[in-house]
Design a protein around this ligand. Structure first.
Ligand SMILES: C[S@@+](CC[C@H](N)C(=O)[O-])C[C@H]1O[C@@H](n2cnc3c(N)ncnc32)[C@H](O)[C@@H]1O
Length: 189
């Protein structure tokens, strides 16, 4: 069972509940970190053995922020985590960072970077094989509503076509968070 490997009994009321149900000492990554709000929760609530934080912190298509704001976010993450031995900060695109890891490296990852269909499809393609059998992928914003910056979110479409192509994975749940549910995929082989 998927919950035998990484979780005792999974709480999907929220992403916080998910973290609280994880075993301690897992190897994980957050793709898309921003100011590191969720990164701090991962660290505090799940005590990972390795936490890889991946973010380019650069202006990218669809994004209305100026570079100074990304620099501020990157600096905040650097200040908060640079001395934490379990944390590695990867200032790279998610695609570039995927090259840093061997297959089956992660117990679980959180995908919360480029929410377009193209972006999520690319992250699933790059990272699915980097998650161990029985590992988990949590994805942000499993909804159709456009992003507040105006671009269409493509998480549902990307997950559906990924599952169609990757029979080793299946969707095992969704968090209850109104407006921003996360969906949970399990690598069953
Ligand atoms: C929604 S924010 C992440 C929020 C964070 N996970 C949290 O819960 O606090 C999305 C982040 O993804 C990053 N991002 C978007 N596309 C990316 C890409 N292709 N590679 C790396 N980072 C990317 C952005 O720089 C931004 O910081």
């Amino acid at each position: 069972m998927w919950d035998a490997v990484t979780v005792k009994s999974v709480d999907l009321t929220s992403r916080q509940g998910f973290l609280e149900s994880l075993r301690k000492g897992l190897v994980c990554a957050e793709l898309g970190v921003n100011y590191g709000r969720f990164s701090a929760m991962i660290l505090d609530l799940s005590s990972p053995k390795e936490l890889h934080l991946v973010d380019s912190w650069r202006v990218y298509p669809h994004c209305k922020r100026i570079q100074e704001t990304w620099d501020e976010a990157r600096y905040a993450v650097w200040r908060r985590f640079i001395d934490v031995p379990e944390v590695t900060i990867h200032t790279k695109t998610t695609h570039e960072a995927a090259e840093c890891f061997e297959e089956n490296h992660f117990d679980w990852i959180y995908i919360d970077a480029d929410h377009t269909e193209e972006g999520v499809t690319s992250d699933l393609k790059d990272y699915a094989k980097l998650v161990k059998p029985n590992g988990l992928i949590l994805l942000d914003d499993y909804i159709d509503k456009p992003h507040r910056d105006g671009y269409p979110r493509g998480v549902i479409a990307a997950v559906e076509s990924f599952l169609g192509r990757a029979p080793g994975y299946q969707m095992v749940g969704m968090t209850d968070e109104v407006g921003c549910p996360k969906c949970l995929l399990w690598r069953r082989e």
